[in-house]
Write a protein that binds this ligand. Structure first.
Ligand code: ATP
Ligand code: MG
Length: 489
């Protein structure tokens, strides 16, 4: 149903029609902004057995070429903005056979998706797939290097989100779920696999630019019940005066993909009365730790292991460590690999094999588990700082900094030091009200502040004020970029 010029509403029945002549197992790259067609094509892929490969609309020609060549996709579906970039490189991508455009205008060499859809028959048979047949290939965010191709099966995503996200996302038939994530990221799959099997409605907003006011106004105007945004976005939302907004129906808020600073959670809660439920997962897994609705939240913890996963903290040989010890976050894959788990890193058996140690899959993240089973994230393996025999997780320092009103956001990395080997360095983006303060004075004040709110040895010995932090297109801070700059100097 067309609600007005810029809004449409589709029933589940309308989503049923299949599209495009792909054979089961053929790969289709799906690069669309947050347009309702993304969800339609996802369903079409599942019904025809085509493997979908989501991508971000900001991809450059080089990124596109890398992805199309690496995945050997037979088809791509995209919108006007990316089509010229696809044309510029398609001669170098011999596997690519069909190009589909979601647009109201036509383009030579491209099929028009909306026209095809109008003419498509509503009669079709769904293919029968096996649990281990591939469903999707995700490129990881590329926070630490070139994005990896992660292959998921029909079972891992199709059922994984139903199983592992049920208590955390907690959607029912009466809910309307808004997940602001870009369609390229695994978080967008939650809208498919945790919302629809539970019969809940999803809301999609194109949001060409992240704009806190637009998000807050939308929540006030529409009966959205469940909201999911990355922590970076909540960080922006809490900069606004939230008491000026009256949300119509919002009752459950979710976040994940990066560490949530306790300060952001507390600000959101005190101004909206709503709890923020953090989850932790990877493109390789589904949600492996979470703070489900109605359970006790310990501020700063990413929650407990999410069923059916057995999540443990292990040492480098894969031995389980006792509560309180820092180690690798790991998921048991032997004797039985969880059904909601990636098949492999595509075309990379060495990397797939290297991701396991003993009975466990090693996430590459470091954390502690307390005696109650709550996990406390320290950082990615490479991000943990070793200073004069202390091990310091960047997130602890960033969270301490976030409590100071001068700090809009920060990234903490190691920096070389002749005596200590390495020391803590903080790159800080200042809140507008503090931008003209004396940097030396502010440095001292922030250092004292960190010493006060956390163990003093964690305070940043070096501080740099910057106008922005390097981030992936999904909004994650790339600490590895800052670190390599530091060590190159
Ligand atoms: P790449 O593997 O290409 O470097 P990436 O690891 O950022 O990129 P994703 O699979 O999108 O790609 O992200 C998973 C990672 O995000 C986790 O391994 C973890 O480091 C981080 N992460 C996810 N959720 C949380 C959370 N709640 N708290 C802290 N970190 C999180
Ligand atoms: Mg990763």
């Amino acid at each position: 149903k067309v609600l007005n010029k810029s809004e449409v509403k589709w029933s589940f029945e309308e989503l049923g029609g299949g599209v495009c002549g792909l054979q089961p197992g053929d790969r289709m790259m799906l690069v669309l902004p947050r347009l309702p067609e993304w969800w339609l094509v996802s369903v079409a892929c599942m019904r025809t057995g085509a493997v979908m490969i989501p991508g971000v609309s900001q991809l450059t020609e080089k990124d596109l070429k890398y992805r199309l060549q690496a995945s050997r996709a037979k088809s791509i579906i995209t919108s006007d903005s990316l089509a010229p970039r696809v044309d510029a490189i398609s001669a170098d991508c011999p596997s690519l056979q069909t190009k589909l455009l979601v647009s109201d205008s036509s383009r030579p060499g491209w099929m028009n998706f909306r026209e095809l859809l109008r003419e498509a028959s509503t009669e079709h048979d769904c293919v029968r797939t096996k649990a281990q047949d591939p469903l999707a290939i995700y490129f990881t965010s590329g926070t630490t290097g070139a994005p990896k191709m992660v292959e998921h099966s029909q079972a891992s995503y199709g059922l994984g989100f139903v199983a592992s996200g049920r208590q955390w996302v907690a959607l029912t038939e009466s809910d309307i779920f808004w997940n602001t994530t870009d369609t390229a990221w695994v978080k967008a799959a939650w809208t498919l696999f945790s919302a629809w099997p539970n019969g809940s409605c999803i809301f999609v907003h194109e949001l060409p630019r992240v704009d806190a006011k637009v998000i807050l106004k939308t929540l006030s105007r529409l009966p959205i019940t469940t909201l999911c945004c990355v922590p970076t976005l909540f960080r922006l939302l809490v900069q606004e005066d939230l008491t000026r907004y009256q949300f119509q129906s919002l009752r459950h808020c979710l976040t994940g993909g990066e560490a949530l600073n306790p300060d952001v959670r507390e600000k959101w809660k005190s101004q909206t009365g709503l709890e923020l439920h953090e989850g932790y997962g990877q493109s390789e897994t589904v949600v492996i730790c979470a703070n489900p609705k109605g359970t006790k939240i310990k501020s700063g913890s990413m929650g407990k292991a999410s069923p059916p996963y057995d999540v443990q903290i292990v040492d480098d040989e894969g031995n389980i460590l006792p509560p309180g010890a820092e180690g690798n976050v790991a998921v048991r894959v032997r004797p039985d690999r969880p059904f909601c788990f990636f098949n492999c890193y595509l075309d990379n058996p060495e990397k797939t094999a290297a991701s396991e140690q003993g009975d466990f899959y090693i996430t590459g993240d470091r954390a502690r588990m307390d005696k109650d089973g709550y996990f406390w994230f320290m950082g990615r393996n490479d991000d943990v700082i070793n200073s004069a025999s202390y091990r310091i997780g960047p997130v602890e320092v960033e969270s301490a900094l976030a409590e100071h009103p001068a700090v809009l956001e920060s990234a903490v990395v190691s920096s070389p030091d002749p005596i200590r080997g390495e020391v803590v360095k903080a790159f800080i983006v200042l809140s507008p009200a503090y931008s003209s303060h004396d940097p030396e004075e502010l440095t001292r004040e922030l250092q004292e502040h960190v010493k006060r709110v956390t163990a003093p040895y964690k305070y940043p010995r070096k501080v740099a004020f910057v106008s922005e932090l390097p981030k992936t297109v999904s909004g994650k801070i790339q600490r590895s970029k800052l670190r390599s700059q530091e060590w190159k100097k």
